[in-house]
Design a protein around this ligand. Structure first.
Ligand code: NAP
Ligand code: MG
Length: 496
């Protein structure tokens, strides 16, 4: 059945979208417009006003003022909680629009957006609403003053103005994962969505205003990384950057943040291994491993892109995996029958196909997919490569597409060392019916998040982030909140 977009979505996409500075929606000249492209058709579906460097500066100054005037940070924990909870309610009320925008602008599947990403965004605000009233320091007995009477305690403070630089692969969830803890901590924010996917972030901005977040506390400025992103990351008025994206850009941010030694949280790339033992439940594992790489068309930082299968089941497993992969229905996200959507852009599609061609030249063999789908938009077939060598680029670089490389292994020691032979350390999964073995393997894998008999499941209670060059810091959980806090120690001489 043809999906009919909601009236709100049609209205939202029919007008050029202004950006948000100090509670006002501002427009810029047409020359700065950013076209919003539907990856399923290649068509321009909306236009967003692009911010200039001056606009970015105005947004940063608005955030700074709101922080220094304490319009948000001085609200009581319960008042903050109420507003964050209200944001979550509004996200749920507007679930159809938000999901439609994720499909139209980011190439998501509607069902995944409506029942996965939108609830996850709402849950992020609700989860951190709960923490606002529980962010507690400690009292300590100290030794350095001998027996003199002292009362000593610690308390958390918001880190200050936070610049949030978002990727295109999960615009709504990434915005929620950063804004909810930052607001719960009492920070003021400047958000730069990726140019390809501004719409849901701007819509979320409207909901934040509606919920009662004071003017200037959240500012949203779409624009390019080299202009708006650079302005935010270099500004001495910004105390912290929270970034999700490529490891290469993460390293640039390090350089830009040097000036005032900004704090950085970096959620970067991955090349995550999935390790399948001979005693796994084969059919369920085939399905789970395929979902671990092909969900989101592989444009997911934790995608299980390196598959290691224990030798005795290798041939049968690959045969079943190839069959499963060939049956995945690819197409536009509003058709419920489709299981995989498009890639984000023509440039990105070409980059992914380039990796496959390069792998074939190096001796890898395409067992499934490997090609573009000839139709409008940026679609390709889910791809499985065999005869892969650990040293090939396809086995070491983050492709960020629906491309799985499969290799056999003979013993656990060998597979653990191969799984760890990567600059990345974001995620891993182990597939087995032997729980003891699963724990032993996971304990030796250098990854921030590991799954057993599943791959990719996020949860607000489970801190998320990378070892090695997959990043710094964690999102979600209490750890995610503390990334937006400073700690103050207070030593009071009570004999005075
Ligand atoms: P990217 O360059 O890292 O972009 C992520 C965000 O950083 C975007 O908002 C981008 O802005 C901004 N940015 C770029 N250069 C910047 C700079 N010098 N200063 C401040 N901000 C800057 O990633 P991409 O080019 O979109 O994708 C390239 C590759 O990155 C992908 O193929 C994939 O391998 C990886 N990636 C990983 C993740 C992840 O979740 N770990 C997410 C996205 C991409 P604009 O793009 O708007 O200019
Ligand atoms: Mg788009």
């Amino acid at each position: 059945m043809t999906h009919v977009h909601s009236t709100a979505t049609r209205k939202f996409t029919s007008e050029t979208r202004p950006f948000l500075i100090c509670g006002e929606w501002r427009s810029t000249p047409v020359s700065q417009a950013i076209p919003c492209i539907d990856p399923a058709t290649g068509n321009n579906i909306a236009t967003v006003c692009g911010a200039s460097r001056d606009d970015a500066t105005a947004a940063i100054e608005a955030a700074r003022r709101s922080f220094d005037e304490r319009s948000w940070q001085d609200k009581t924990p319960a008042e903050k909680a109420k507003i964050l909870w209200k944001v979550a309610d509004l996200i749920e009320e507007h679930a159809d629009v938000l999901a439609e925008l994720e499909v139209l602008d980011g190439g998501k599947l509607f069902d995944a957006a409506k029942n996965g990403e939108v609830p996850m965004a709402a849950e992020s605000f609700r989860y951190y609403a709960g923490w606002t009233t529980k962010l507690e320091g400690k009292t300590s007995r100290i030794s350095s003053a001998g027996n003199a009477p002292f009362h000593c305690y610690t308390e958390y403070e918001p880190v200050g103005v936070v610049g949030m630089i978002l990727p295109w692969n999960g615009p709504l969830v990434m915005a929620a994962w950063k804004l909810a803890p930052a607001l719960a901590a009492g920070c003021s924010c400047v958000v730069k969505p990726a140019e390809q996917t501004c719409l849901s972030t701007l819509y979320l901005g409207e909901l934040l205003m509606l919920a009662g977040v004071p003017a200037g506390v959240v500012n949203i400025v779409p624009g390019s990384g080299s202009v708006v992103g650079a302005a935010i990351s270099e500004s001495p008025l910004v105390d912290k950057i929270s970034f999700t994206g490529s490891t290469a850009t993460g390293k640039q941010l390090l350089e830009a943040a040097k000036g005032n030694l900004k704090k950085l949280t970096l959620e970067l790339g991955g090349k995550s291994p999935a390790i399948v033992l001979a005693d796994c439940d084969m059919d369920k594992t085939v399905e789970g491993v395929a979902a671990g790489i092909f969900s989101g068309a592989g444009q997911v930082c934790v995608a299980g892109s390196r598959l290691y299968v224990e030798r005795p089941i290798y041939d049968e497993f690959v045969q079943k995996l190839v069959q499963h992969t060939n049956n995945i229905q690819v197409g536009e996200g509003f058709d419920e029958a489709n299981e995989m959507g498009p890639l984000i852009s023509e440039t990105h599609l070409q980059s992914v196909l380039g990796f496959i061609q390069e792998a074939e030249k190096s001796g890898a063999c395409v067992a499934a997919g490997g090609t573009r789908i000839k139709r409008d938009g940026f679609f390709m077939r889910p791809t499985v490569l065999v005869d892969v060598d650990d040293k090939m680029l396809i086995a070491t670089e983050e492709v960020f597409g629906p491309v799985l490389v499969v290799q056999a292994f003979d013993d656990l020691e060998d597979v653990i060392s191969r799984a760890n032979a990567s600059d990345y350390g974001l995620a891993a999964s182990v597939w087995t019916s032997n729980v003891g073995k699963a724990h032993q393997i996971i304990r030796q894998i250098r990854a921030g998040i590991s799954w057993v008999n599943c791959h990719g499941l996020p949860d607000m209670a489970m801190p998320f982030g990378g070892f090695k060059q997959s990043g710094w810091g964690r999102e979600a959980g209490l750890e995610g909140l503390l990334q937006y806090c400073e700690m103050r120690s207070v030593l009071v001489n009570i004999a005075h």
